[in-house]
Design a protein around this ligand. Structure first.
Ligand SMILES: N[C@@H](CCC(=O)N[C@@H](CS)C(=O)NCC(=O)O)C(=O)O
Length: 287
């Protein structure tokens, strides 16, 4: 590959991409930032991450590294001389990996549900999210950072969600700071680092982005499918942006409709029952 030695394929509001940007900033690495259009993926992105087709991708000397936490570890191992991000002791390193993995498995879904579900489901989701945050808050305890005195890998894994809190707190009408003041104090401490404050976009900008994306995806229909029971209506329709792409009443016809570029949708068919993954909800409705 011709050009810069370090290239980052990214998308500005991505909490996963931000992890990589923070790690690169901590190390003082110059790189070529290439913003990606996710609904219309570039050939470069598809070539560099053929398995998941997702950002972030770090391209170092022409070779791609995928998955944000793996990229952060790669950065730390490759540029060793400045700002170590992983603890040097193997046990503490394992602990840092454990907490980053916990964040990866728990935080994204729970945060999103706390703002996007409705009624009782939302109350339950908010409670579940706060419980997850309390576990993380307990791990930080009285220490300045996750693993002690130094900012590092586990902090990077979590702190990028901080700029998304406002969006889901606003939608879910709740306050994370009220429930987890020490966690927010930790996030504010992280924000005092230039690597973090210069990377995280303004929370209000994230909110505007999310609301715009939601309206483009026809999220208003989420109300209609909330009490979804399979095949109750005359059929289902699939929306792409503001367009009605396909109407259908038979499951196989509907399955065919999914052939249209809808990479994040998951649809499973069982014995005559249609199971909808929640990621489908913004794009589905009844006719
Ligand atoms: N586990 C991945 C998650 C990356 C991810 O979900 N990226 C999203 C943007 S935030 C993406 O590229 N989505 C495109 C798609 O799903 O088609 C990581 O940590 O890097």
């Amino acid at each position: 590959m011709v050009g810069s030695e370090v290239i980052l394929l990214d998308f500005w509001p991505s909490m996963f991409g931000m992890r990589v940007r923070i790690a690169l900033a901590e190390k003082g690495i110059e790189y070529d930032y290439k913003e990606q259009d996710l609904p219309d993926k570039s050939t470069l992105l598809l070539e560099m991450n053929p398995v998941h087709k997702k950002i972030p991708v770090l391209i170092h000397k022409g070779k791609p590294i995928n998955e944000s936490c793996i990229i952060v570890q790669y950065i730390d191992e490759t540029w060793k001389d400045k700002s170590p991000l992983m603890p040097s002791d193997p046990y503490t390193r394992a602990q840092a990996r454990f907490w980053a993995d916990y964040v990866d498995k728990k935080v994204y879904d729970a945060l999103k549900k706390s703002g996007t579900l409705k009624g009782e489901q939302q109350e339950k989701a908010k409670k579940e999210f706060i419980e997850i945050l309390k576990v993380l808050e307990g791990q930080i305890g009285e220490k300045p950072y996750f693993m002690g005195e130094s900012f590092g890998y586990a902090d990077i894994a979590l702190v990028t969600f901080y700029c998304w809190f406002y969006t889901f707190e606003t939608l879910g009408n709740y306050s994370i700071e009220k429930e987890c003041p020490k966690l927010i104090a930790w996030a504010k401490r992280c924000m005092q680092r230039e690597s973090v404050s210069k990377t995280l976009p303004d929370s209000k900008k994230i909110y505007e982005f999310f609301m715009e994306m939601r309206s483009k995806l026809g999220h208003d229909h989420i109300q209609k499918v909330e009490d979804f029971s399979p095949f109750r209506g005359r059929g289902v329709f699939l929306k792409h942006g503001r367009e009605l792409v396909s109407g259908s009443s038979g499951r196989w016809k509907f399955h065919a409709a999914l052939g249209i570029k809808m990479s994040s949708m998951v649809l499973r068919f069982g014995l005559g029952v249609l199971f909808l993954d929640e990621t489908c909800l913004p794009n589905l409705g009844f006719i």
